[in-house]
Design a protein around this ligand. Structure first.
Ligand code: HEM
Length: 530
């Protein structure tokens, strides 16, 4: 019996070994530079041992291959092309977007395609593919136009006022605080208010059901990782789907789905309106084909690159799509925005001269516009945006942009070709530290985002929000949210450097996004107004 069990395990191990290593000659055969693969992780065992974060690996590789347009790696058994040439990046993200519509390849998709509750992850915009993605993206894009954001500004400001009071407590006590923890409460409450129409009261009580479930959604235990990893084993994903096994925090997923469903039901039954994201999504569902596409007349390269041709099919956007999309907005918008705010707080605490310049800009606009700034006043703060983008350049929450080839493609002026389902990685975290685009890349210098500096480099050298039709749909929302919080903070307080930060900063290898090891700390002081 023991012998048979041992033999079965050995056979399974050999099959797995063959499955993982069968393509390990791919890049050698293609004849491009590559990092060799070893069983079981491929080129980077650190991704399994969690000894280094993916962002650090891609940053290091970027400099190792700095003079190459591209190189190959193996992720587990899969050959992946890493593209670092600006023109090729433009082709993948924008010019030949129709060949690269998808983000996930089929094996990444199998991670999300499990039981009943995993389906709410599979149906999220961020994971959808092909025409299904185009239908949902074009249906919901209008919810982020400037007109709609203007309507949501007051919800953000309400939470901004609470943030100001909370920071007052730290100013009075003189204690250091973990910046993301405080700004995380701001982003959770303002997203929940704008997207779900509810108030989680994070500042008052950290144990409300909403806050607890959100906290669990954003952390991963070893068991969560194991369940996710099991999806990549041969035949495992199909089997798990058939057995209705959920790998992606089903209890918490159900909690948020119930919250969103009951909000939709309540709005429909009572006709109550807040003009928040839920109302706008319900509008989109009524008749998707009636909605105007996002054709705002903008000069902006990012906005123009985001447009894509799509003849909307006569599709039924059902409640499940709304639930998945609303859940996606929370998941994609919460941590990214909170991290950005914490990066900004940290850098401002380290650079008092830059902080003073920012405060002067904000003071001037407040003097002219009064305390109640409107949407346009907030757009007229160029230095605030420069500080924000420079913070994102240094510590990018999403340091690798993924695209999957949807039909066979040969890059123009090169001998490199990719096939359908091939995965491409664009190493944003590496590009952001390339001195050809950002002089003295390790210094914090908001001037990197002055009009002149932006004009002097390729627009694809900054990928904090991605680029092209599949770029961050919530970028404008995020920029507004960060600015509302920072105006409130900078008008009243100054960040002061803390000795608690673990310098030089290191990205925590256990985090999915770019969390900083040990957190980011600062103190805050009330400003002495003249
Ligand atoms: C500072 C905060 C944020 C950062 C740095 C950020 C960054 C990104 C990046 C890098 C991508 C991938 C883009 C690509 O592949 O080209 C992305 C996608 C996405 N983001 Fe954001 N994001 C932020 C805030 C938000 C917010 C507030 C929302 C929603 C309210 C949001 C919703 C999404 C969604 C739904 C996608 C997937 C889009 C698609 O596949 O069509 N993000 N974001």
């Amino acid at each position: 019996m023991l012998f048979e069990a041992g033999l079965t395990l050995l056979t399974l191990f050999i099959l797995l070994y063959i499955y993982v290593t069968k393509n390990f000659n791919h890049w050698k055969n293609v004849g491009i530079p590559f990092i060799k693969g070893t069983f079981p992780a491929g080129s980077h065992i650190e991704l399994i041992t969690q000894s280094r974060h993916m962002h650090d690996i891609f940053r290091e590789n970027y400099h190792k291959f700095i003079n190459q347009d591209f190189y190959g790696i193996y992720l587990f058994g899969k050959p992946v092309l890493v593209v670092q040439n600006m023109d090729m990046i433009r082709h993948v993200l924008v010019k030949d977007f129709n060949n690269f519509v998808n983000r996930n390849d089929s094996s990444l998709n199998s991670l999300f395609d499990g039981g009943e509750f995993d389906q709410f992850w599979a149906k999220q915009l961020i994971h959808l593919s092909g025409d299904e993605w185009k239908d949902v993206r074009s249906t919901f894009s209008p919810i982020f136009t400037s007109g709609k954001l203007k309507g949501m500004l007051m919800f953000m400001k309400e939470v901004g006022a609470i943030l100001k009071l909370e920071l007052g407590k730290y100013a009075d006590s003189g204690e250091d605080f973990e910046i993301k923890e405080v700004f995380g409460k701001f982003t959770l409450d303002s997203l929940a208010s704008c997207a779900f129409g509810i108030n989680p009261k994070s500042f008052e009580n950290s144990s409300t059901a909403f806050v607890r479930n959100a906290a669990r959604i954003f952390t991963s235990t070893s068991l969560d990782n194991l369940k996710a990893f099991s999806r990549f084993l041969p035949f495992s994903a199909k089997l798990q789907k058939r057995l209705n096994l959920n790998a992606l925090k089903p209890k918490e997923t159900k909690f948020f789905c119930d919250v969103i469903r009951s909000t939709v039901k309540h709005r429909r039954e009572t006709g109550e309106r807040r003009n928040d994201l839920i109302d706008l999504m319900i509008d989109c569902m009524k008749d998707a084909s009636d909605l105007e596409p996002n054709n705002e007349n903008v000069e902006d390269q990012y906005e123009n690159d985001m447009k894509f041709e799509h003849k909307k099919r006569k599709i039924e956007i059902d409640d499940d799509v709304v639930v998945s999309t609303a859940l996606n907005l929370l998941i994609a918008g919460y941590d990214t925005t909170a991290l950005t705010l914490s990066f900004m707080g940290y850098f401002l605490s380290k650079h008092p001269d830059i902080q003073t310049k920012l405060q002067t800009e904000i003071d001037q606009v407040l003097e002219q516009g009064g305390v109640n700034l409107d949407y346009q006043d907030i757009q007229d703060l160029p230095y605030l945006e420069m500080c924000l983008l420079e913070s994102l350049r240094h510590l990018t929450p999403i340091g690798a942009i993924l695209r999957t080839c949807t039909s066979d493609y040969k890059f123009p002026n090169s001998n490199i070709a990719v096939k359908a389902n091939d995965l491409i990685i664009i190493p944003a975290a590496g590009i952001h530290k390339d001195e050809r685009y950002f002089p003295r890349p390790n210094q914090f210098n908001p001037e990197n985002f002055s009009k002149e500096s932006k004009q002097s480099r390729s627009p694809y050298a900054f990928l904090g929000f991605g680029q092209g039709p599949r770029a961050c749909i919530g970028m404008r929302f995020a920029l507004l949210e960060v600015k509302v919080a920072m105006i409130e903070v900078m008008a009243n307080y100054s960040f002061v450097c803390s000795g608690k930060n673990l310098e030089p900063l290191e990205i925590d290898p256990h985090s999915i996004m770019g969390y900083v090891k040990g957190g980011l700390h600062a103190r805050i002081e009330r400003r002495r107004k003249h």
